[in-house]
Ligand binder design. Structure first.
Ligand code: AMP
Length: 110
């Protein structure tokens, strides 16, 4: 079973921020900014390439709920999803990184 499926099942602990029927949001173990959380579908979906448009629409709504809950919807944040080898995806379970809590620098660096 994949790492994030184990987190969904509670077999690996996580610092949970939010969850609903379809999605789970928890702190990234290796924080890159003051707020660095991951939003994942509870169901195993390998990457953004495999998500159905309707599920993505639901995920958008969940992410907007989370950014309001964290009060960063106006101050801002960065959303990233890495896809496959060239995208640098390490965990093969779709996740959006949500980075915030401070002014982030330019990201277009290798
Ligand atoms: P990616 O390179 O987009 O696949 O990112 C995977 C992310 O998962 C990295 O930012 C890791 O720090 C994070 N990560 C790995 N294991 C855990 C874990 N057990 N709990 C929380 N985050 C994790």
């Amino acid at each position: 079973m994949c790492l994030f499926c184990k987190i969904v099942d509670g077999d690996i602990p996580s610092k949970k921020i939010y969850e609903d029927d379809e999605f789970l949001c928890f702190e990234d173990i290796n924080r890159l900014s003051k707020i660095h959380i991951l939003i994942i579908p509870k169901k195993h979906i390998e990457s953004f390439e495999d998500i159905l448009p309707q599920t993505m629409a639901n995920m958008t709504k969940t992410i907007q709920t989370i950014t309001k809950k964290l009060d960063i919807n106006k101050s801002g944040y960065r959303l990233i999803t890495n896809i496959a080898k060239d995208g640098g995806q390490e965990v093969k379970h779709l996740h959006f990184h949500l980075l915030s809590g401070e002014k982030l620098g330019a990201m277009y660096k290798k």
